[in-house]
Write a protein that binds this ligand. Structure first.
Ligand code: ADP
Length: 242
């Protein structure tokens, strides 16, 4: 379990001299459902982009006993790091099963993909159950409700055996029921994985976060339980103004 520990130190990302992430230190243990909040432009998305290798960064990101900074995106993914984007990136014209297959294929290689037509592989079956899409296995992803597409995307990370999942605003645009469903899903998958959720929805955070890191202007402003960060005057100032 300890090998799933995420430890970020001194992480810095600059765009043409503008420092979007500024010396961030952040540690997340498996089983800790960590929410990353902060006003627009605080650097939340850039931070998870840097961990997943999408933007160059300095400093250190250690996960699973490996240093991630400087590695290529696909190598980082292969070390068990998965992330979703604000807009779901499923293949709309393919079925739920085909989407999961493609994701699993990235891990298993094309040979297994051919073999699996005889039946649904165990890890795909498990992911379908976990994300609650077992009954929609043959539906084209394009007909899924907004929430279901996000869950499919999470399922795609599970079949890739992602052990660190970073989700960018997973409940944006969801109904209240879908949000609750998503919260319970995150608790299930977060029980033995490392989950980082970038979120604007404060009610959702209050209901489901185990711990919270508040970013402001690229720096960690506060960290702790929901209660602790909410009571922090610096956090109130950032959100509500002086
Ligand atoms: P958040 O997710 O907290 O809203 P972002 O990480 O998206 O914030 O952005 C942090 C800051 O970095 C913003 O000021 C944004 O304009 C800037 N930024 C993000 N990506 C780029 C980029 N590719 N080029 C230049 N500036 C960027």
């Amino acid at each position: 379990m300890q090998q799933d520990y995420l430890e970020i130190s001194g992480l810095t990302v600059s765009f043409d001299g503008f420092v979007a992430v500024d010396g961030v230190n952040l540690s997340v243990l498996p089983g800790d459902l960590r929410f990353l909040i902060g006003p627009n432009g605080a650097g939340k998305t850039t931070l998870i982009d840097a961990v997943s290798g999408l933007v160059p960064a300095t400093g250190s990101v250690r996960y699973g006993g490996h240093e991630l900074t400087g590695r290529k995106v696909h190598r980082i993914a292969r070390l068990g790091v998965g992330r979703t984007f604000q807009t779901a990136t499923v293949f709309e014209e393919l079925t739920v099963l085909q989407n999961l297959d493609i994701a699993a294929g990235h891990r298993r290689g094309p040979l297994t993909l051919v073999r699996r037509r005889k039946g649904i592989p165990e890890e795909v079956e498990r992911a379908l159950e976990t994300v609650g899409l077992a009954e929609l296995v043959d539906a084209p992803a394009g007909v899924l409700a907004h929430g279901q597409k996000q869950w499919l995307e999470i399922g795609m990370l599970l079949v890739q055996d992602a052990r660190l999942l970073m989700l960018d605003e997973p409940v944006a645009g969801m109904s209240a029921e879908e949000k609750d469903e998503t919260g319970r899903l995150l608790q299930r998958i977060g029980a033995d994985r490392t989950v980082v959720v970038v979120e604007h929805d404060m009610d959702f955070m209050r209901s489901f976060a185990n711990s919270v890191t508040v970013l402001h202007a690229g720096k960690v402003l506060a960290e702790g339980s929901v209660r602790e960060v909410q009571a922090d005057p610096r956090v109130q100032e950032v959100y509500l103004g002086p």
